[in-house]
Design a protein around this ligand. Structure first.
Ligand SMILES: NC(=O)c1ccc[n+]([C@@H]2O[C@H](COP(=O)([O-])OP(=O)(O)OC[C@H]3O[C@@H](n4cnc5c(N)ncnc54)[C@H](OP(=O)(O)O)[C@@H]3O)[C@@H](O)[C@H]2O)c1
Length: 273
């Protein structure tokens, strides 16, 4: 969110606001009186959502509701961050990217709880931007998951003789800096609604890993495996590629290919020059 250079930014951590508590949200927003609220808070441990359903819905649905209600009350705009995992639960997997006009089919409880949050935001806060993105990597890393996929691959490639990475989940890796830049442009508009914002193109996790290692000059072999060979509690979509259709229709879709975004990221982190 450092891309939001032209505005005063007040970052709030979980310690400063508990979104499942309406009073906590009210206190924080009354104190800061924001013109725009960006809700990035979520329960993001996809597998744990399967066993902690109440927590998933409490944070991702009711927490989003609380933020939407208070944002509406103070007359601000709301940017609500959502996910490609609202898609991909069909019995016959898709092969063409999802637009904002496709009906969501979440394959797991994380996706269901995020979709419930989207619905509440749509109903409760008039001036909303619901932003669905996917496969995020950024300099700060995700606190809930510990770093990001790029850093994990670089570390494991140095520690192990070979890496086994799934090859049957297709998505669009997205650099948070590019996402933030696009959000910064959108919040100055009145183009409310749902937006898909991901870097261009798509790949499987093993293709993503191969490109990371190629850029870093690491030769560790990557063995492609199927999702069945890497069982996880939550079902993952085979295909969850987002089409930035809404942005394109507005002439605002200049998101770069994921390979270029990855290179930018690796330069920013000092992994390559
Ligand atoms: N990472 C991805 O690839 C990806 C892809 C698509 C969409 N997204 C979306 O992007 C957003 C950010 O996710 P992230 O992956 O970057 O994870 P993250 O770094 O863990 O961010 C989630 C944040 O929410 C906070 N949080 C959790 N419960 C909260 C609560 N009840 N009240 C206030 N804050 C709370 C967490 O704080 P604590 O850790 O201290 O609890 C954490 O700082 C989420 O909306 C997620 O659904 C992520």
């Amino acid at each position: 969110m450092r891309e939001l250079i032209s505005v005063e930014l007040v970052p709030l951590t979980h310690r400063e606001v508990e979104i499942t508590d309406m009073n906590s949200v009210k206190a924080a927003f009354t104190r800061h009186r924001p013109h725009v609220v960006i809700n990035t808070a979520a329960y993001v441990r996809v597998d744990d959502c399967e066993t902690e359903q109440d927590r998933a819905f409490s944070v991702n649905a009711l927490g989003a509701r609380n933020v939407a209600v208070v944002t509406q009350e103070i007359g601000a705009k709301l940017v609500h961050i959502s996910t490609d995992y609202v898609f991909g639960g069909e019995s016959k997997p898709r092969t063409t990217p999802y637009t904002e006009f496709d009906t969501p089919t979440p394959p797991n409880l994380y996706g269901k709880s995020k979709l419930a949050g989207e619905d509440l935001v749509q109903h409760l806060c008039a001036r909303h931007f619901i932003i669905r993105s996917s496969g995020l990597f950024g300099v700060a890393g995700a606190s809930g998951k510990g770093g990001n996929f790029v850093e994990t691959m670089l570390r494991l490639a140095k520690e192990r003789d070979e890496l086994r990475v799934v090859n049957d989940q297709i998505f669009s890796p997205t650099y948070t800096k590019d996402l933030a830049r696009k959000i910064a442009q959108l919040i100055d508009t009145e183009y409310y609604g749902i937006f898909h914002i991901s870097n261009k193109g798509s790949c499987s996790w093993d293709e993503f890993a191969k490109e990371i290692l190629r850029l870093a000059g690491l030769k560790t072999p990557i063995i492609p495996i199927t999702s069945d060979q890497y069982p996880q509690k939550a079902e993952r979509p085979c295909f969850s590629v987002l089409d930035n259709c809404h942005l394109r229709l507005l002439g605002m879709d200049d998101m770069k290919p994921w390979q270029e975004a990855l290179k930018d990221y690796m330069i920013s982190k000092g992994h390559i020059t």
